[in-house]
Ligand binder design. Structure first.
Ligand code: PRP
Length: 212
């Protein structure tokens, strides 16, 4: 069968469907969904090792070759721009990166664009978006719960992930613009692509056949 392959999975919103996808190609571990503290799982019959890491760290594990492959949201890839091969859109974890602001705030934010304060977990995506538009903004980098920022007067607008839209609605925010669409992607380390070519392409093929 060849060498072991390490796959980094994102904890959080992509995890269940990532595990389901691997199940469909015969890669299973009964403790994966046990919600324990374990972060590394080995499946000797498949020579597969699975790592559970923070969603934002998956590209780093794959880029540095600690993991041969990974499942990452496109949102994370757009923000981190890692040097990895991205062979497959896995067709789950659909969401969008949106610019949003408090309902009824249009007049204030558009009258004085040079003063716009933007709260986000995605500073690079945000920076690119506003520089393309030629609008100077003040970036306020947060680690989460970004929707609170306009409510508390910390920012005028936010750039954040929107899936169902329930979080925006609950905080009386409305969409100003769509910045990017996202879904789960399979990513592969560039060296593994060459050095473990047979195993990597076998896995890509098996995954492709179940998402087709
Ligand atoms: C994301 C995002 C929004 C929410 C959107 O947060 O930042 O808060 O999900 O989902 P919805 O449109 O379905 O309501 P996440 O759960 O990743 O956690 P966070 O608070 O760390 O951002």
């Amino acid at each position: 069968m060849g060498e072991w392959i390490t796959i980094a999975l994102s904890k959080g919103r992509l995890l269940n469907e990532s595990i389901h996808l691997l199940n469909q190609i015969g890669i299973t571990h009964r403790e994966l969904l046990a919600n324990g503290r374990r972060l590394i799982f080995e499946i000797p019959s498949e020579k597969i090792r699975l790592l559970l890491v923070r969603a934002g760290d998956v590209p780093t594990y794959v880029e540095y070759g600690v993991a041969d492959m990974g499942i990452s949201g496109k949102n994370v890839l757009l923000e981190n721009d890692p040097e990895v091969f991205e062979p497959l859109d896995l067709k789950f974890g659909f969401c969008r990166i949106m610019l949003a602001e408090p309902a009824g705030a249009e007049f204030r934010s558009r009258r004085n664009p040079s003063k716009l304060k933007i709260a986000t977990k995605y500073p690079k995506i945000t920076e690119k978006y506003f520089s393309r538009k030629g609008i100077p903004v003040e970036m306020i980098k947060l680690g989460g719960s970004v929707e609170l920022a306009p409510m508390l007067g910390l920012a005028d607008q936010i750039v954040d992930l929107v899936s169902t839209g329930a979080t925006l609605k609950a905080h009386h925010l409305k969409i100003v613009d769509e910045i990017a669409a996202s879904s789960a992607r399979l990513i592969v380390n560039r060296a593994s692509l060459k050095l473990k070519h047979h195993r990597v392409f076998d896995l890509i093929g098996r995954i492709r056949s179940v998402i087709a």
